[in-house]
Design a protein around this ligand. Sequence first.
Ligand code: M6R
Length: 612
Amino acid sequence: MCGIVAYLGAKEASPILINGLKRLEYRGYDSAGIALLNGGMHVYKTRGKVSDLEGLIEDKDLSGTTGIAHTRWATHGEPNDINAHPHTSPNGKISLIHNGIIENYAILKEELKQRGYVFTSDTDTEVLVYLIQDIYEHEKTDFAETVRLALSQVTGAYAIVVLSQENPDMLVAARKGSPLVVGIGEGEYFMASDAAPIVEYTRQVVYPGEEEIVVVSLKDGLKIMTIAKTEKTPYIQTLELNLTALEKGGFPHFMLKEIYEQPRTVRDSMRGRLNMEQGLVVLGGIQDYTRKLLNARRIIIVGCGTSWHAGLVGEYLIEELARIPVEVEYASEFRYRNPIIFEDDIVIAISQSGETADTLAAIEMAKAKGATILGICNVVGSSIARASHAGSYTHAGPEIGVASTKAFTSQVTILTLLALMLAEKKGSLAASRYYRLLHELNSIPEKIEKALKANEDIKKIAEIFSKTSNALYLGRGINFPVALEGALKLKEISYIHAEGYPAAEMKHGPIALIDAEMPVLVIATRKGHYDKMVSNIQEVKARKGVIIAIVSEGDDNVESMADYSIEIPETDEMLVPLLATIPLQLLSYHMALIRGCNVDQPRNLAKSVTVE
Ligand code: M6R
């Protein structure tokens, strides 16, 4: 979703801003723009990619040491040059970039129109910059106070940075519900939607809180106040992000790099938490909540997309191993259906970005109703992580590909650790099974390594099916969410229509779709509902369907029934999702590549969905 970059200092701003926009490209966007202060306000913006913006500005005077830049993911108004950000005030002296939605923009726009203002774009953002000019001219107060007064009239979500020609030595930024990070260098400041554009310049950062305004000034340094006008002391943190984690590292795409990182990322998720010598799982971040978890009336897991799928795997794990009731909810549905929440409920929010608007709103609502909130996030310091009472980071490192891969396996790893920790404390598992599971989990990174070896075979299967228009994914039990995740991966990056189903549900409808043209992917590993899956395969074959089976290594039985099969190493039924997901990710990747799709930045999608 929209990306924000801003710079104030002594260096030329434009290379820093353009480079920053490139670092944020992964978020998904449809237009790009830049505003530079150089005597006057110079704004360039265009529909399309950052490379189109570079083309637009190549023959322009780009001097200036203060500027803002933006990649827009359209909400209000189609993606075109006019709707692109920055938006500029009618007198041309103030420019603003925005991520979020000004919900009351229509009322504000009407009021401003009645005062004679004429708007040029269809966006909600333009209304805010007009309002700032209006207040600046009428209130005759300082610029930061002007922005504060304007924001006090706004409802909705925003991260904004405002640039003023009359105040060239400062930038004013604010956030509510949308992410923003401020980098502090030697006599210079950076602002961005996340740390990626900042890390190569400084590791000292401040994450402004909800409804906070940040003013950076070459004269007065960094100041923070709330929209309600309370001064805050900035809390400066040191980034641990590594620059090489933001590069492709020799891989053609971030998605492939991230798929191949999984042996390491799953190991990193377990690091310091799985103690093989003592046979213990210690999730430090949530240890203090163990009693609450054990006594919980139920655990409610909320998330969106892939994170919701991880939540479904978590439901199987926690119910099977720890015998605590679990419900899994789409955050977007949960937040709006006035759910019954008890004080002894625990809500677990799962989110790679930690910024997903629906997930954030869902936990705020549950918190207000008295529930305890635990977060499973990847991005350190993200909004969901901060809004949770406690949590565990997945430590998968930056995930740049829009299609979530390593984040999913890391989330499932944390949920497995959680289920095992609770099972051990509760005594709900036979000791022999508990220790077997610990050993199996510990060996999963090597097994993922082995599963990745099927890449060349998977590529050949992708070549055979790359022209298909539909695909069905079937799984049972804990592999049902794996089927959902496999189907989501295929549709989001290759634009092939794909459905995931619990295998037994096939005969209640989807079976009508099966013919010789329809590839049916089945997760038919030896452990877990094996005979039932074999029956489902027979049902598909009887209707001339084409079976691509994910099988346990050496399973000649299913291999002889399937048209194509992909082997994964044997493991405990509860851990199969960590392995079965790998070939499905690779298959989607190759299918998308063969079809000429933009694997890392699929159309219409945003990496971090910060609007509802
Ligand atoms: O950052 P989150 O995990 O909260 O994001 C949730 C979904 O937007 C995300 O998983 C999305 O479905 C991905 N594109 C899936 O690959």
